[in-house]
Design a protein around this ligand. Structure first.
Ligand code: PEP
Ligand code: MG
Length: 902
């Protein structure tokens, strides 16, 4: 086949040209790949799905791919457009391509001498492992069963293939409960004294095929179809339908896969890894997807079908052991590894099958990898000159850096190892045991931290897998469902810990004589595969090596600065360690909650006169000043944006009667008086009420105290030779007049404090505002007259633009996402279409008034990669985010710069 394929490569260009012209005219639905021609190529992922595009591409570069064809994703979209019917003409095109496959393989679909059998598999543009349907061995009927027996000389194998088809077709296409088949299998195995599936002989297999046909008839009311084209048509439709099953929809939601039109369907010549001990099947990565090490990495099973590896039913052997079994195929695979990486310039995850010592490649795709592996592979590939630095920076999904920033298990901590499995996905996870996916999801929702413990996982489990802290399985290998999905999410996973016996019904595990129940805590070390009793201490990550190299490249490429949201010296220091270039939001209200500060704060709130308020504020001043000194010192000359008091005052008062009584006593006032003050502060919509700059309008003395604290702290730092660069930020401004008034007051305060302290030197304190009310964005040109900088408060801006209360959105957001009324949670990822317009307008109008107005963002979106890209595009100077997201924002900013450079 390889020769035929290579010969064809020279004709490739003309074939493809013809195809493109024809496609425009005839609405081509099917793309062929095989030795006689290849219609598609690797760039056509949107139309052919990732799998289809890569099958075409692999055929093209001369790899041993069994011939087949791909039905396009557009056809799937058409299927839904016409209310769930296969589009007209589709089956004619399918038949035409089946004929070509028959010519290319020399076999015939449904034949009674050497039948062509096919697999029917889904394959969308984004990988969704195991989420959609697959049917194998299609084309087997009573007639072609004879053909398969005589062509292979293997009666048991042929019967096994037939029973697998009836089972899969029944389950996947016709919705027969798979337990109905399994019960029959168990009954017949028992009857024939067969301990495992493989122990069942020819006679038993014959009985099994009959029994399966009966199950099929009983549950569907029809005979198992004896026309292979009926099998094909129904399977094709089943794959289209599987695009919209709840689990597939949920998977797309969790992984934020949007904008796809449907799944493609790949129909491909079957090759068999279960034809005896000279056959096998495996899954491999061109590099280790857990650590990134440049080592061919994978697993195989002798005499098995591919599904057996992924489903985790049998624990496979590492590919390193393959040469002892079939050196030729192994050597061929190693050559293919290099060829694939050179061609795709990325790590590949491939599926292979060896049928009677002949190697076939069934699939390749970019390998999912953990965050640490992504960083290492990107750096190594630059060293190997496979990719350049820009590509390396683009290769690492910014959110995956999280995995490098999280603590890992302290190597010095005492470990009580109860079992060892495979290190399927690194990281440390601690939790109590949950035995089903539903339990894991429910208990997590109730605030518990759980580990999902299963024999193996399946696509139905994804909700619980996603909710759990980590995943532990007792069977399955490094490429089992649990391992692949967990790695994709960067969730710790230990797979195939065979010593653990799981009793799902009694909700306990036993391992080497010890028992652990749902109430017990275990720790998983996904980096070593150890399962440990209790909770083990963790250590902070080291930010050196490849991580530092990649971040250095990223910093050179980005134009956006990255600041942090921090309001303690510790957070400020951590953010600096993570590379923050300043503080973009220091929320001062957080400083009023601790110890005796809250008492003074409450005294201020209940005060009835300005004099009493000022007295209480005088008590707060030293605290506030010390806080600022600490933060300015930690930031060593980097800018610090201090936001003046923002929340409604009722947030600082207790609301239950007992706490109010206690407080009244502490403050030395009558309980009734306090109750009355609390009632006065009550608002129907506090988020739209007396908060932000409105507080300073009513109580200018609060602003005066805060500004004084900032100025005095800056002067104190200067004395200690610490350069302080405070910026005063006035929140929730909606009119230019508000800012004009409050800026004036802040400037007066700065001047009088300087005078009072006879301060001579420079003290540059800029004054700006948050843009977080739509009106502020709409009138940004007027507001800019009074501002040295704008910082977009996109939390409030989103709340006020959508009219969704940011504190209550949880009540309905889930429904909106499930019904795809919103693509993403707009409080996490900036709504570029709506809220984004206000941000863009704010920037444009602000800079029209002041050309070099400094612009930033300090809402939660500042740490979200797609929002960071938006910020880059509208020309902000910086984003500000929580300390742990600083490296993520740095990388996202670099990616935005690379992607959007001319
Ligand atoms: C905002 O509204 O985006 C913001 C940063 O302020 P806060 O979250 O404190 O309201
Ligand atoms: Mg706000």
């Amino acid at each position: 086949m390889a020769t035929a394929t290579r010969k064809k490569t020279t004709r490739k260009k003309t074939t493809r040209k013809k195809t493109t012209t024809r496609r425009a005219k005839t609405d081509k639905k099917v793309y062929y790949f095989g030795p006689s021609k290849t219609d598609g190529d690797g760039s056509m992922k949107q139309l052919l799905g990732g799998k289809g595009a890569n099958l075409a591409e692999m055929t093209d570069i001369g790899l041993p791919v069994p011939p087949g064809f791909t039905v396009t994703t557009e056809t799937c979209a058409d299927y839904y457009k016409v209310g769930g019917k296969l589009p007209a003409g589709l089956m004619d095109e399918v038949r035409e391509n089946m004929k070509r496959m028959e010519r290319d393989t020399g076999k015939k679909f449904g034949s009674d001498s050497d039948p062509l059998l096919v697999s029917v598999r889904s394959g969308a543009a984004a990988s969704m492992p195991g989420m959609m349907d697959t049917v194998l061995n299609l084309g087997l009927t009573d007639k072609s069963l004879d053909g398969l027996q005589s062509a292979t000389g293997k009666t048991r194998f042929a019967l096994d293939a037939y029973r697998r088809l009836i089972n899969m077709f029944g389950d996947v296409v016709m919705g027969v409960d798979h337990h109905a088949f399994e019960d029959e299998f168990d009954r017949i195995k028992k009857k024939h004294n067969a301990a495992t599936d493989n122990d069942l002989g020819v006679e038993g297999m014959e009985e099994l095929v009959d029994a399966y046909k009966k199950v099929y008839k009983k549950h569907t009311g029809e005979q198992f179809p004896q026309d292979p084209y009926v099998q094909l048509e129904k399977s094709l439709e089943a794959v289209f339908k599987s695009w919209n099953t709840p689990r597939a929809i949920r998977y797309r939601q969790i992984n934020e896969i949007t904008g796809l039109q449907g799944t493609a369907v790949n129909i491909q010549t079957m090759v068999f890894g279960n034809m005896g001990d000279d056959s096998g099947t495996g899954v491999a990565f061109t590099r280790d997807p857990s650590t990134g090490k440049n080592e061919f990495y994978g697993e195989f099973l002798i005499n098995a079908q591919g599904e057996d590896v992924v489903a985790g039913i049998r624990t496979p052997k590492p590919v390193k052991e393959m040469p002892r079994w079939d050196r030729r195929s192994y050597d061929q695979l190693i050559k293919i590894k290099t060829k694939l990486e050179k061609h795709y310039k990325d790590v590949q995850d491939l599926e292979f099958t060896i049928e009677r010592k002949k190697l076939y490649i069934l699939q390749t795709r970019n390998g999912k990898r953990t965050g640490p592996a992504a960083v290492k592979i990107a750096c190594d590939m630059v060293k190997e000159r496979l990719i350049d630095q820009k590509t390396a920076v683009l290769r690492v999904p910014p959110n995956d850096l999280n995995q490098l920033l999280l603590p890992s298990l302290d190597p010095k901590a005492k470990r009580d190892v109860i079992a060892e499995g495979l290190p399927a996905s690194p990281g440390a996870a601690v939790g109590k045991l949950a035995f089903t996916a539903a339990e894991a999801a429910d208990r997590t929702q109730d605030g518990e931290k759980v580990l999902l413990v299963r024999r193996e996982t399946s696509p139905e489990d994804i909700d619980g897998m996603h909710a759990a802290q980590g995943i532990l399985t007792s069977t399955g290998g490094m490429t089992s469902h649990a391992a692949v999905v967990a790695r994709g999410w960067g969730k710790p996973c230990v797979a195939g810990a065979g010593a653990i016996h799981i009793d799902e019904k009694k909700r306990k595990i036993t391992v080497n004589g010890r028992t652990f129940t749902a109430k017990d805590t275990l720790t998983l070390d996904g980096g070593t595969g150890q399962v440990l009793a209790g909770e083990i201490a963790t250590i902070e990550p080291k930010l050196s090596g490849d991580f530092a190299t990649l971040m250095k490249w990223a910093d050179r490429m980005r134009t956006l600065k990255v600041r942090t949201n921090a309001d303690t010296p510790e957070d400020s220091q951590r953010a600096r360690d993570f590379g923050a270039e300043g503080i973009g939001l220091c929320r001062t209200e957080h400083m009023f909650f601790e110890g005796s500060r809250i008492k003074a704060m409450r005294e201020m709130i209940v005060a009835e006169t300005e004099a009493a308020r000022r007295k209480a504020l005088d008590k707060l001043l030293p605290y506030q000043r010390e806080d600022f000194i600490g933060i300015f010192t930690a930031m060593k000359g980097l800018p610090v944006t201090v936001r003046l008091l923002d929340p409604p005052l009722h947030e600082f008062l207790p609301h239950d009667a007992k706490a109010q009584q206690d407080l009244a006593k502490t403050l030395g006032i009558k309980p009734a008086k306090l109750k009355q003050r609390v009632a006065e502060l009550h608002e129907m919509n506090p988020m739209l009420g007396h908060r932000g700059c409105r507080l300073a309008v009513t109580y200018p003395e609060i602003l005066e105290m805060q500004v004084r604290a900032i100025v005095e702290a800056a002067m104190a730092c200067q004395k200690k030779k610490v350069q302080a660069k405070p910026e005063i930020m006035i929140p929730l401004v909606g009119t230019a007049e508000e800012l004009d008034l409050l800026r004036g007051l802040a400037e007066q305060t700065i001047a009088s404090v300087k005078k009072e302290h006879k301060h001579k030197g420079r003290l540059d304190i800029s004054i700006g505002t948050m843009i977080e009310i739509p009106r502020a964005a709409l009138t940004a040109d007027d507001i800019a007259e009074h501002a040295d900088f704008f910082s977009f408060g996109t939390n409030d801006l989103t709340q006020l633009t959508f009219g969704y209360s940011r504190d209550d959105v949880g009540t309905f957001l889930g429904d909106y996402l499930a019904k795809e009324l919103l693509p993403k949670d707009p409080f996490q990822s900036l709504d570029a279409t709506g809220v984004g317009q206000l941000v863009a307008m704010g920037c444009e109008k602000g800079r029209k008034t002041k050309k070099d107005l400094k612009l930033g963002i300090c809402g939660e979106h500042g740490g979200d990669p797609s929002s960071v890209e938006f910020c880059h595009k509208v020309g902000l100077d910086y984003v500000s985010c929580s300390p742990f997201r600083v490296p993520i924002a740095r990388l996202a900013a670099a990616q935005a710069a690379v992607r959007n450079s001319k």
